[in-house]
Ligand binder design. Sequence first.
Ligand code: GLC
Length: 747
Amino acid sequence: MKKIYVFICMLVCVLMACKKEQQPTNELETEVSELLSKMTLDEKIGQLNLRGTSSRVKGQLPDSLKQAVRDGKIGAFLNVTNTEHVDELQRIAVEESPNKIPLIFARDVIHGYKTIFPIPLGMAASWDAQVAKNSSRVAAIEASSFGIRWTFAPMLDIARDSRWGRIAESPGEDPFLASNLTKAYVEGFQGDSLNDPTSMIACAKHFIGYGAAIGGRDYNTAIISDAQLHNIYLPPFKSAVDAGSQTLMTSFNEMNGIPASGDRRMLTTVLREEFGFDGFVVSDWESVEEMIPHGFATDLKHAAELSLNAGLNMEMTSKAFEKYTKNLLKEGKITETQINSLVADILRVKLRMGLFEKPYRVDKSDNLYADAHLQMAKEAAIESSVLLKNKNNVLPITTRKKIAVIGPLADKPREQLGTWTFDGDGTYTKTPINAFQSNNVNYNFVEGLSYSRDKSTKDFSKAVAAAKNSDVIVFIGGEEAILSGEAHSRANINLPGAQEQLIKELAKTGKPIVLIIMAGRPITLGNILKDVDAVLMTWHPGTMGGPAIHDMIFGIAEPKGRLPVTWPKVAGQLPLFYNHKNTGRPVIPEEFVQMDSIPIGAWQSSLGNTTHYLDVGYLPQYPFGYGLGYTKFVYSKTAVSSSTITKNNDIMVKVIVTNVGERKGTDIVQLYVQDVVGRITRPVRELKGYQKVTLEPNEQKEVTFTLSLDDLKYYDNQEKLNVEKGEFKVWIGQNSAVGISAKFSYE
Ligand code: GLC
């Protein structure tokens, strides 16, 4: 009898909890309104404040900070990593402040909290929503133990320029791939229910256009047409809102002359009215105040007026709202109705999070670095790694061979975690050397260079000697973590330091070289590509990068990644992306004359007048979607189910994929479409679908994609979403530069 009673009680609790989460909007709005009606103006303004504290605050919290919380003058905190401080601040808020409104504690938990997954650009290379979801779910479980219930992720800035340091955090260059991963990230961070103690509310950032910074120079100007805005930069944010992301963050940059934190069109018209977003928007670090140096606000009070009127809810770390909201109200520059609406958005999210019922963190810190977390991080590193070159199938290495491990990143626990890993602990990192040791690999390790920027050649002779006494060289190099990420753009994106020089010295030994790159961006390889036999891009692979690299180079696992960004030959080609326009003078390969082949004294108009560079030509080093595996796939018989698509008739596009190699393998089958003629010019290709297939040797699979008319719609420069009748081309292939084509039309 007792068991049934307990079961019924549990069932009621579960239903109540779910009820809270899915409670009808009007009940939630009633709660919001009731709370709002009890709040003073000071308290309302307090909710608009995200106070930054250094995560290095030791000992007692300043009394002034505690008093501000007691007075209800702070709505949320950033970077409070001392759990005693978290608990004390929350206790003051929920027990001593006027209306007991709980605080939210935030942190940048971008690709893991303690267990670190590959950098987001790496996870984008997995083309795998489950990888994204695993990383964000694990991050939420680990971080929420420390009271962190709000993460400033996923970063959704489409990036087409590898010079930009923050490409490392981005989902890459394609809006379709980015949007698919976004849904998974938001679901992973927020979990099945926002009021679950392990749920962390997501923050889609940076809204908007941050990745379009001119020259790849961080924080710089973005000039984006309305068509590009809607077709390229907005889709991942729409995906985040549709997935239920509770917050967004405005970006540092201006877009077309308007700094993001003061952009009413984006924050209100697009985000609220078009997207239907009902969470809240936080500014990036002091970006409200930065409207002054932008030359958009005359002073801090004007910055507050512009941001509040744009529809910005919460100000990160600068104090324009705290200082000037009351004055602006008195002067009629903003209204109490506006303030109430901005505060209501924040209260709504706090109520959805269940913070009023369960304000305190649930400590499950025994789950940090759990075996399951580490296993998922290792799998993510394998799914993210991209095999770019494999001459004579030098990979996988048979374990009988003697290996010379050389390079500055073979045993650097912190570096392999990558950017935005404040809480990752290098002592838990498994480096490649750790993995070779624990797997009894027959190797000899000589760094040759002590860090990625090291220019000293003093240890080259030792490295060369080790190479001579080996069967194969595994060079593990790339970039230290600090060379990508925020404010860390590079104009020259070659291997830093003397790495290229060392590789050339090693190549003189005649031994095969496997180059393994750990970096936050594509690295231009032109100077050494012919000196190496294989190139494996692991990005910054995270805590379990070592075991992942071990398993991949010895063939226990196959690198499964495909490039989420175009890989340039030289930085001078950037920005470079696959979904470019055809132009009026598209390249004609047979007419292109490479600079060194131009006859001396050639007549000016004797060369092909098409869009190319005389020196590096017109192709990237590797195209978007590219990646090799350890077997070989053949694609045949691309067919469309009909030659015409209509409003009521979707079409199917099929291909037969066959594994003609000797081992099981995985490929990512990609579907690209070209709208040949539009009212504005259209890209030469756009990714419209992809499927991961794993086949045994000689196994065949028919892969089918369905295209609807909605899949073909695009925004023109009047922000009108439509598609014209006419011809469409379709390709199914292994990357954005190849594929078997077919045609259909919209009648
Ligand atoms: C930084 C970043 C942003 C981050 C925020 C808080 O400057 O631009 O992505 O979430 O400040 O650390």
